[in-house]
Structures are given as C-alpha cells and as structure tokens.
Write a protein that binds this ligand. Structure first.
Ligand SMILES: Cc1cc2nc3c(=O)[nH]c(=O)nc-3n(C[C@H](O)[C@H](O)[C@H](O)COP(=O)(O)OP(=O)(O)OC[C@H]3O[C@@H](n4cnc5c(N)ncnc54)[C@H](O)[C@@H]3O)c2cc1C
Length: 811
C-alpha cells in the first residue's frame, strides 16, 4: 500500500468506486480507495439494481440521466459486464392527484431531455402485461428505466479506475483519521498509514462512523428495506415468448411498490409505512455480507395492494425475501461536497439510489475537488444544506418519515410534521395564538400564513383554502401596515481591521458608506452567483463592523465559502448569528407612522431614507433597523436579540392597532415580491447563472478597483451577453399557479423553465419567473407555460406590476 496519495477514498461500494473512477478519469491518478473487506461489502451487494431518471429535483434528475448513460462507457473501459437491461418502464397513477403529479414530471422532462410520455392505463397494460388497468387512472412511459448487476457495476468502476492509474486496497480498514498541522490528513488503517491531501468519506453504511473519526455527526440513518422475488410465473414466460422481450419496470406510486422481471419471475419491493431503522446509533463493524431477518407482516399491507394492482401475483409463490439496510439523509437526497471547517475532507454518502445517482455523485465530487466547483447545480445534494440542528434525533424522525413517504405525493402547500418543532423564536407561541400555520426553513419554524379558527391547508396542486386569507394579508400590507417574522434570514457579522478589504474582494458590489446598505451579489471564480445578500455598513471611523443578511437555508453553504476565503492573518472575523439575532419586519404605507410611534429616533424620509440602517429602540427593546423591505413597499427590517423580540413585537402590535396592523406570513411575502419581480436565492439565483443572466448586474461594480472574485469572468459575461435571461411573466391561469420547474414554451418548443411563481394577490395576476434564452428574452408575446399538463398563454412582464417607479418604497 502506498504511504502518500493525493486522495484517499474510504469505501468500496458503488459510490466510492464511482468517485475513484471519476477522479482518475479527470486526471488525478495518485488516488487510492481503501475498503475494509471485499468491494460491495455494505449496502451495494444486495441492492435490487433498479435505475431510473426521475427525481423531484430537476438537477438531481440530470445527474441520474448522466449515471445511466455512463454504464456503457465503464463497461467498455473495464471489460467488466455491468448487466444493464434498459427495459424502459411505466409509472402508474391510481388517483387524479397522482396523475397531476406525473404530468408535472413529464413537463420537467421536456427541458431536461428526459423522454416521458403520458399514456392511458390500457396502453400501460399493453406494455406491462401484469397490470390490472381498472386500478389506475393514467400512466407515464419512461424509456430510460432499467436494472443492472450491482456488483458488476461496482467492479466496472473500480477496474476502469485502476486502468486509469488509481489503486484499490481491499481488506484495509480505516481506523482513524487525523489532520496534521500542515493540513495533510493521516489516514490510519489496520495495515499502516496513508498521508493524503484529500479524504473522501464514501463509507455508506458506516459513513457516520467514518465522520465521527473527524468529529463530524453526519445526518444519515440506515433503514431496513425489503423486496421479494417470486417463483417463475407462467404470465412472465408467456410474455417473454410472445414478444421476445423482458417485462418492463413498473412503479406503482399509490401502492408504494416497484417491480421488474427477475429471471422467470418478478421482483417486487416496497417502502412500507411501518418502517424500521437499522443500527440507530452505531453500525457494527462486523456486519458485511449478511442479510436481515425478513418481516412479511411489515410489508403485508403494501403486498395486498400489489396483489390487487397486479393480479398475477396472487397465483405465484414467493421464492425469497431480501431484507437489507441502506442509508438516507433526512430528505432522501445524497450528502455530497466539502465539509465546512475541515479543509480537504469530503463526503459522498447518504446515497439511497446508488445505481441511479452514483455516477452523478462521482462526477460532481471529482469536478469539485479538481476544479473547485461541482460543475452543475447540486444544491439538492450539498452536505451544507444541513447544519448542527440536524441532530441524530432529528435525522431519525425525518428519515423514517421520508422512507414512509418515498412514493407519496408532496403537495406544494404541504408541510411535513416529523422532527418539528425544533427551532423556534420567542414569538412562536404569540404567533401560534394568532393562527400561524408553520413551515420550516433550515430547522426553524417560520409563519406561512394566518388561519382563522377551524381553517387549515387543504393539500392541493391548485389554489387552496389559504387563498382568500393570504389575499387579506397582502392587502393589509398594501393598504396599511403588516408585520412579519423574518428570523429565518441568515445573518452574519463581519468585524476586524481587514473586514472592508476582504468584503470588497469577496463581494461584487460597491461597499456602502457607514449607515447605508446595498444589495451584494457574490460570485465564484467562473463569474456565476454563489450568493446574494444585503450588506450593511455599521462601522464608523474607529472600527469596521459589517452586517450581512442572506438566504437562511444557505447559512452553512455560505459560511463554508466565507471561511474558505478568510485571510489567514486573523484580521477578519465572521460569525453566523443564527438564532442569536431574531427579526421582525413592518411594511406598508403606514409603516413609518407606526415606527414613529414606537421610537424616539427621527425616522423621517430625510433622516432615515431608503437603504439606511441604524440602531434605535423600539419601545424598550434595543434594535438594529434597516429601511428596506422585500415586499417592495415602504418598510423596515428590525433585528433584535431574542430576549427582546417579544417586547419589540408587543410594542409594534400595540401601537399598530391605530393603523389596523395585521400579521402576514411567507406566502403573502411571496405574493408581494412577485409583483415586484424580485428573485430569491435557491430559486432565481443559483450557482449556474451569471449576474447579467439573473438581472443582478446592476449591483455588480464592474469598474471598482478591487479585483473581486469572479471579476474577469463577470466582465466576459457582460461582453458576450451570457446565454439566458431571467424574466417575469403573467400567466393566463385560472385555478392553479406555477410552483417552479415548469417548462416555458415559445414557438412550439420548450425554451426555458420556471424558477418560482404564484398568485400576486394585489395585482390579481398569476405570475411566473423563469429563465429563457437571451435571443427570445425581449419578445413580449408568444410564450406559454405548462401547468398541470396544459399550456397557458404567458405575457412577458418586464416592469414590476406594482409600483414600477419604486415610489412607495423610496417615498
Ligand atoms: C434491499 C435493498 C435494495 C436496494 N435497491 C436499490 C435499487 O434498486 N436501486 C438503487 O439505486 N439502489 C438500491 N439500493 C440502495 C443501494 O444499495 C445504495 O444506494 C448503495 O449501495 C450505496 O452505496 P455506497 O457506496 O454509498 O455504500 P455501501 O454499499 O454501504 O458501501 C460502503 C463501503 O465502505 C466500506 N467502508 C466503510 N467504512 C470503512 C472503513 N472505515 N474503512 C474501509 N472501508 C470502509 C464498507 O465496507 C462498504 O463496502 C438498495 C438497497 C437495499 C438494502
């Protein structure tokens, strides 16, 4: 075994082997994979080997498509058979709601290049003869589904990697990992030590244990999973004989089942409701090629549905039930990327669909390690989407919920209950008493809307029970004054003598003067966005003191970036304030009159103009108040230490009675920002778009002296004009609005995609925001947006529907 390597990959399951292959293919050949046993000794060996392209997140779907396209290449390169059967498949809907969901999947497929086609239940039964078509209302055909040999694929990755110069050491158990003072990693094994620049944790079933070696508690949990294999079935033999083809795959969402042919019989697997975690606290090191005890009672309810939906199963015997564990992150997507605070330590774990996702995970991670960027939008898989709040208890609750809902529909207005409430702010019970319906962002409870007694969300793809109540909240803001909780923003404090110079290099904007704020895009080296913030200068001639507010869900993501770019001399400190700073916002034409009543500070337009920020008392509570509002109205963001939040809230609510103050939640805020064409991080602003494309170029100080990160690339984008443009549309929609990821049609073809949208209650228009190619970005007409299987005319809306001259917020 070598004693030094550029990279040590820990784990020889399908994921580790894919990472190793991709690193070698990308040119890093001084890489070694350490496996404690034979390759495939975790979840990999007993997988059902199914593969499919569809995923709730379009970017993950793209990587799944890549994974499937890769198998031919690794088979050729390695000479190792992968056993790929690209049979195609049908996705079945037993309810209208499910069919609506499937139509959304078909629509997304159009811009992802995934060929999906809606078909009738009878057409589905012609393709997959075991179906009882009377049990279904519709189906979708996917030609890219199939299955493979899990062990063959894993060995093909490993052999292909070896041919490219990588090494694989089997029966080599990593027992400890220690970072040296020079930043290199000592990877200590039962056979000696390897010193490496980078370590990848692809430990699969043991990813938690490997994480603990460096003090990391990863939010992953293994679950038992069962599938059965039947005796040979005459129906299968007849079909094979008649058509000369295998029976294709089927996913029966409402039965929570997946099935495919296995030799002369069928394989049927299920994600049962009464699920069971495996090794909740510690995965035993002596576990390997064992299977777990099957428990047919647990899967009986799903099998009953299966026997009804696929009647031929009633007449066959079960040959074998496989029960094996595999790991999940709380939301079911992988955990990939560099770990904040551990330079050179990477993870590629929590991969629950290794044969659909393993290739994409390997590609993204190798790009990231070698080029400094994953090369694709992998936010949905980024390990930084979780923070310390994703504890073992939280993970356990969420993984169990996610497993039991693997095939369940999640409606756009549906909030999932497990693991909540976890983080709350001091006004939580006060807002609950007012009817707050809670959602969650980065573990924190956030008010979505306020329901009258007895009313709650009815889950639907269409406008629902909240519609009229959100409309009222919007009018409270537009006509008078509304109050909302804004603690879910991420807040950062930057101090130290080097702070200004550092921020000037990190952010693409011009730095604001003392007491002022600005919008601050942050770019990567390739000139694309990696953040967008409000930057405030709280300093004075004596000290540097800066405040940043940005996307709450990206707190860890941004801290990882900030810390990786901090100067080494200690001249700058940055702190994520999290729940140490809570927030309230007031907005609407009466907002200033309300503020005047609760503070002694001069808040006139002259003394406290738009984009000013200052400390002032609200009632008795010391606060930091910025004159800015995402509502696009006259408004203020009020930052307050949690111990004073209730006092500030009560002072504002009491003084606001005179102005008929009302509460508004994030759904009303969405309606308000849509009619201002305001984008948001993780929807409109993502690391695949340039500032010109995203319409944030007006905040980029291209001419500033500082050589800010991404400057040259941003200048090039400005010169060449980029590829895309972010545009707002008014959609001719009747009872449903876009939620994001719908295709935008132009000239009879899909040319773009929606990033977010909804109903703008004040303007009474259905609004969609999305990207289209720049060549058609100035066309007013001819666009259509596909919503629930139908195309709706959409008119471009270049100026905000509300207050196009920005008089309200500046006045
Ligand atoms: C019953 C069942 C059916 C499934 N069906 C499918 C399916 O149809 N399609 C699909 O895509 N997925 C399926 N899966 C899931 C799939 O198996 C996993 O997604 C995949 O195997 C994860 O691979 P991995 O490499 O991340 O982890 P693992 O396979 O667990 O590999 C981790 C490896 O790391 C090694 N290791 C850990 N710690 C150390 C250490 N300290 N030192 C050295 N080596 C170490 C282990 O020995 C192991 O070999 C199924 C899983 C089960 C259980």
């Amino acid at each position: 075994m070598k004693t030094h390597a550029k990279v040590v990959v820990i784990g020889g399951g399908v994921v580790g082997c894919s990472v190793l292959f991709h690193l070698a293919r990308h040119g890093w050949t001084d890489v070694v994979l350490l496996e404690r046993d034979e390759l495939t000794s975790g979840s990999t060996w007993h997988a059902a080997g199914g593969m499919h392209t569809i995923n709730g997140d379009p970017n993950v779907a793209k990587l799944q498509k890549y994974t499937i396209s890769l198998y031919k290449e690794i088979e050729e390169l390695s000479g190792q058979a992968t056993g790929v059967h690209l049979t195609g498949g049908v996705l079945l809907a037993a309810t209208e709601a499910r069919l609506d969901w499937l139509r959304g999947v078909v629509a997304k497929g159009r811009y992802l290049g995934i060929e999906l086609e809606e078909i009738s239940p009878d057409e589905a039964a012609e393709l997959m003869p075991l179906i009882d078509p009377r049990q279904f209302v519709g189906a979708v055909r996917n030609k890219e589904d199939g299955h493979l040999d899990p062990s063959g694929v894993t060995h093909a990755y490993a052999k292909a990697a070896r041919k490219l110069g990588a090494e694989v050491e089997r029966f080599t158990k990593v027992e400890d990992i220690v970072q040296r003072t020079d930043g290199l990693w000592r990877v200590i094994t039962n056979k000696g030590e390897v010193v490496a620049e980078h370590v990848v944790n692809a430990g699969g079933l043991w990813a938690r244990e490997v994480g603990r070696m460096v003090g990391l508690e990863l939010p992953v949990l293994a679950m038992e999973h069962m599938y059965l294999i039947t005796e040979d079935m005459p129906e299968v033999a007849a079909w094979n004989q008649k058509t000369g083809t295998e029976i294709i795959h089927a996913v029966d969402f409402d039965g929570e089942l997946y099935l495919r042919q296995e030799r002369g019989g069928m394989l049927m697997g299920t994600y049962e409701k009464a699920n069971k975690p495996w090794s909740e606290f510690q995965t035993p090191w002596n576990f390997g090629h064992e299977l777990l005890e099957p428990d047919i009672d647990r899967i009986a309810p799903s099998l009953e549905v299966g026997f009804r939906h696929f009647p031929a199963f009633q007449n066959t015997g079960i040959k074998q039930i496989i029960n094996g564990p595999f790991t999940f992150a709380p939301d079911g997507n992988p955990l990939v990327g560099p770990v904040r605070g551990l330079p050179g330590f990477w993870v590629a774990c929590g991969v629950m669909a290794g044969f659909s996702q393993g290739g994409g995970v390997g590609l993204a991670l190798s790009n990231w390690m070698i080029e400094g960027d994953p090369g694709a939008d992998i936010w949905a898989m980024d390990v930084s989407r979780y923070g310390d709040w994703a504890t073992m208890g939280y993970t356990n609750a969420k993984v169990r919920e996610n497993y039991s809902r693997r095939f369940s529909i999640r409606f756009p207005n549906e909030e999932l209950p497990a693991g909540r409430p976890l983080k709350t702010t001091p006004v939580y019970d006060l807002l609950s008493a007012k009817g707050s319906q809670w959602g969650v962002a980065y573990g924190l409870e956030v008010p979505l809307w306020y329901a009258p007694e007895g009313v709650k969300d009815e889950f639907s793809w269409r406008r629902s029970s909240d519609f009229e109540h959100v409309a009222k909240e919007v009018e409270t803001v537009r006509q008078g004054v509304g109050l909302s909780e804004i603690s879910s923003f991420a807040k950062y404090r930057v101090t130290g003598e080097g702070a200004a110079a550092w921020l000037d290099h990190l952010l693409a904007c011009k730095l604001p003067k003392s007491g002022r704020m600005t919008l601050a895009p942050m770019l990567k080296e390739d000139g694309r966005l990696i953040g967008d913030f409000t930057l405030a200068n709280l300093g004075n001639s004596k000290s540097d003191d800066w405040f940043l507010a940005g996307s709450g869900v990206a707190e860890q993501y941004h801290m990882r970036w900030f810390e990786a770019h901090l100067p080494k001399d200690g001249s700058v400190s940055i702190e994520a304030l999290g729940a140490k700073l809570t927030g309230l916002s007031i907005a609407g034409p009466s907002a200033r009159k309300l503020l005047e009543k609760v503070t002694r500070s001069d808040v006139s337009n002259t003394a406290f103009p738009f984009m000013a920020i200052t400390r002032m008392d609200i009632g008795m509570a010391p606060c930091l108040v910025g004159r800015v509002s995402y509502t696009g109205d006259l408004g203020y963001e009020i930052w307050v230490a949690p111990e004073y939040q209730r006092a500030a809230y009560q002072a504002l609510m009491a003084a606001g009675e005179e102005f008929s103050i009302g509460l508004f939640g994030s759904r009303a805020l969405n309606a308000l920002r849509l009619e201002k064409n305001y984008g948001s991080w993780a929807r409109e602003y993502r690391p695949i778009y340039g500032p010109l494309e995203a319409g944030l170029d007006r905040f980029v100080a291209y001419g500033k002296q500082s050589d800010f990160i991404g400057k040259q690339a941003a200048l090039a984008e400005r010169k060449q004009g980029g590829r895309l443009r972010l545009r707002a549309f008014v959609v001719d929609a009747a009872d449903a609005d876009v939620i994001g990821d719908e295709p935008i049609w132009y000239g009879g073809a899909v040319r773009g995609w929606v990033t977010s949208g909804g109903y703008a209650h004040h303007s009474k228009k259905s609004v969609a925001i999305g990207y289209v190619p720049k060549e058609i970005a100035d066309e007013a007409y001819g666009f259509e947006i596909e919503l629930l299987g139908k195309r709706h005319a959409a008119r471009m809306q270049p100026t905000p529907l509300f207050d196009a001259n920005f008089e309200r917020m500046r006045g």
